[in-house]
Design a binder for this molecule. Structure first.
Ligand SMILES: [Zn+2]
Length: 280
């Protein structure tokens, strides 16, 4: 990590220890170690939200492994937890080597994170790595995993990207509960090229080009029926997104990903999130 972000994180943590420590929207959400009990409910949006009744994603070594468990970011709405298991089993069923490596979901009560993501706040986001290890990672490897990029420059890296990654991404995008998936523009381009021109290309729309996302893809689920306080995402443009929109990315530097910065909350959290934050 660049030394400046580290310094800023440190100041943020120090500033967070005063009387305002329990304010929703502060990095203090990262210190809450347990979920808010009650029926599962998503509140707000991925970039300004929180989560009640979260469930932890428990490792299933044969199907998937949870990376960096010490971060305690393996919490989600039950629909997200189910999705990960279903995807891992479907991938295994198709002979895709695994286990799948699962990155961050959300904190136990969601909310803003002290570093790393602007989203992942309401329990509907999950990062899944493209790296497909031939054997399960060791405890030490899980805590400090080595990412493998699928992109070189503005193109896919043919030495790391294989049909298995492409199929895994297609399986995820075809799941009806998936709203959208963020991937590097080079990956979207490769998926657009590979999908048959005369076949069903509707699912390609869900692949959204974004900076970074060259070693993992970021899945976002739709609002679950049990969550009236969940804010729906803006609809995506019609079509498969393989044309002008994707072209517009070809002039932007999208790889490598910009260094992660401490997150500044751009929107206030919904009022309902205040009730989830422990007083004191
Ligand atoms: Zn993500």
């Amino acid at each position: 990590m660049h030394p400046l972000p580290r310094l800023l994180i440190l100041s943020a943590l120090l500033l967070g220890t005063g009387a305002m420590a329990a304010e929703p929207g502060s990095p203090e959400w990262s210190r809450v170690g347990d979920p808010a009990h009650g029926p599962a409910s998503v509140i707000g949006s991925p970039a300004a939200g929180c989560l009640k009744g979260a469930v932890a994603l428990a490792e299933d070594e044969h199907a998937f492994q949870v990376l960096r468990p010490s971060r305690n970011r393996n919490w989600g709405h039950p629909a997200t937890i189910r999705f990960v298991g279903d995807l891992a089993r479907a991938a295994k069923g198709e002979g895709i080597a695994g286990p799948l490596l699962i990155g961050d979901l959300a904190q136990p009560r969601g909310g803003p994170m002290s570093f790393g993501h602007g989203s992942h706040q309401n329990g509907l986001d999950v990062d899944i790595w493209f790296r497909l290890p031939a054997r399960p990672l060791s405890r030490a490897e899980i805590e400090t995993p080595r990412p493998v990029s699928m992109v070189h420059g503005t193109e896919i890296d043919g030495s790391t990207w294989t049909p298995a990654q492409a199929r895994l991404l297609e399986l995820a995008a075809r799941a009806p509960q998936v709203d959208r998936i963020f991937v590097n523009p080079a990956i979207k381009k490769a998926m657009c090229r590979a999908a048959p021109a005369d076949g069903d290309r509707d699912w390609l729309r869900k692949l959204r080009p974004w900076w970074g996302h060259d070693e993992h893809f970021h899945v976002r689920l739709t609002c679950p029926a049990d969550s009236p306080g969940c804010e729906r995402q803006k609809p995506m443009p019609e079509g498969d997104g393989c044309g002008a929109e994707l072209e517009s990315w070809s002039v932007k530097p999208t790889w490598p990903a910009p260094p992660s910065r401490p997150h500044r909350q751009s929107r206030p959290l919904p009022e309902a999130c205040a009730g989830l934050f422990p007083k004191g």
